[in-house]
Write a protein that binds this ligand. Structure first.
Ligand code: G3I
Length: 323
């Protein structure tokens, strides 16, 4: 597989991978990452679950470690994520009775985290996963409960004030699986743009399974690119286990998985260069995948490009050839 390495040399846009402190401290992993990728997204240490303490204080030791290592390797870093329905912290829960205090704390959190990484990141996922899975509306969450739908506008405006040069990203998932969700996502984007809310990049996570219909990725990227904003394919993996639930036979999965990785490569590289914000894999080796970490002992999944020995798998070679 020597002729297909390093991966980043095959593309003209940033090729990223998610990373966590434990991996950054693992020499084999760190050298593979430095060889193949030129951008890192902290998998969880730049989120509220790590940074924000119950008393409202902030800790940055782990994400600073990731940023320092990336700088040593000449890699850029993406901030992920400031405001997410899934993590609102005890601190904010305690404040929700008083809207003014809540909003002040909300803006302060965004400003303090953005300021801490000012000039050190290529962009921030300011709001993550704002749309309901069925595409019927914005998702219910603490932020919307207290601040209303304006929680999104407030977040992007606060982020822009903190670091005007930082590209601001709106990130979501299943935009390729559910056209209704993609439609509602694009309606949110249209509203933000109409209101002059600072937004530069659309992130489509692309956690897909081997049963995703052919062409869905291509159609999704085309719809997102029609906004004129840059596109970040932000959390790519192609699960075999998820497809197993839909009773496709395993041999077919591998063919389907390869075809999907090829479609992603072709569809993304077909975007106008000016809109190619980058492509990020959600993990390096199969063992690193969140799918395998969260289901210890369940059916192992093989969603990524590298095997557990750090070798590029056949599906990885097919992906590279299609880039
Ligand atoms: O490793 C620590 C351990 O030291 C600590 O004792 C333990 C208790 O807090 O936490 C462990 O960290 C866990 C981390 O994954 C590493 O395994 C965190 O609890 C856990 O919350 C974290 O889960 C991450 C999850 O987002 C929530 O932040 C996953 O790694 C990460 O893959 C997943 O990524 C999300 C994206 O942010 C958004 N899109 C969906 C994607 C998959 O769910």
């Amino acid at each position: 597989t020597g002729d297909t390495l390093p991966l980043k040399s095959h593309v003209s846009f940033p090729l990223g991978v998610c990373a966590m402190t434990a991996q950054v401290n693992d020499p084999q992993w760190a050298s593979l990452i430095a060889t193949h990728f030129d951008r890192i997204t902290p998998e969880w240490e730049m989120k509220m679950e790590y940074i924000l303490q119950p008393d409202g204080s902030l800790r940055f030791d782990a994400p600073d470690r990731i940023v320092a290592q990336a700088r040593l390797n000449g890699q850029s870093v993406l901030g992920h994520t400031l405001i997410w329905y899934a993590q609102d912290g005890d601190y904010f829960q305690q404040l929700k009775a008083d809207r003014r205090d809540f909003e002040t704390a909300y803006r302060t959190y965004i400003r303090q985290v953005m300021s801490h990484y000012k000039g050190q990141v290529d962009g921030w996922d300011v709001v993550n996963e704002a749309i309901r899975d069925d595409g019927s509306d914005l998702r219910d969450c603490l932020w919307r409960e207290v601040l209303g739908e304006a929680y999104i506008d407030i977040a992007y405006r606060a982020a822009h004030e903190a670091d005007p040069a930082c590209p601001l990203i709106l990130n979501d998932y299943n935009l390729e699986y559910y056209p209704a969700k993609r439609k509602r996502f694009l309606k949110l984007v249209e509203g933000l743009q109409k209101r002059g809310v600072p937004l530069n990049v659309l992130g489509t996570q692309t956690h897909i399974a081997a049963d995703l219909s052919k062409g869905a990725i291509t159609e999704t990227l085309r719809d997102l690119a029609a906004t004129g904003l840059k596109i970040h394919l932000s959390e790519l993996d192609v699960s075999l286990k998820e497809a197993a639930k839909n009773a496709l036979d395993f041999r077919n999965y591998r063919d389907a998985q390869r075809a999907l990785y090829e479609e992603v490569a072709e569809a993304y590289t077909a975007l106008p260069t000016a809109q190619q914000f980058g492509l990020t894999l959600w993990g390096l080796r199969d063992e690193d995948s969140w799918y395998n970490r969260q289901n210890k002992g369940m059916v192992a999944d093989e969603p990524l490009l590298f095997d557990d020995a750090g070798r590029l798998k056949p599906v990885g070679q097919a992906f590279v050839k299609a880039l």
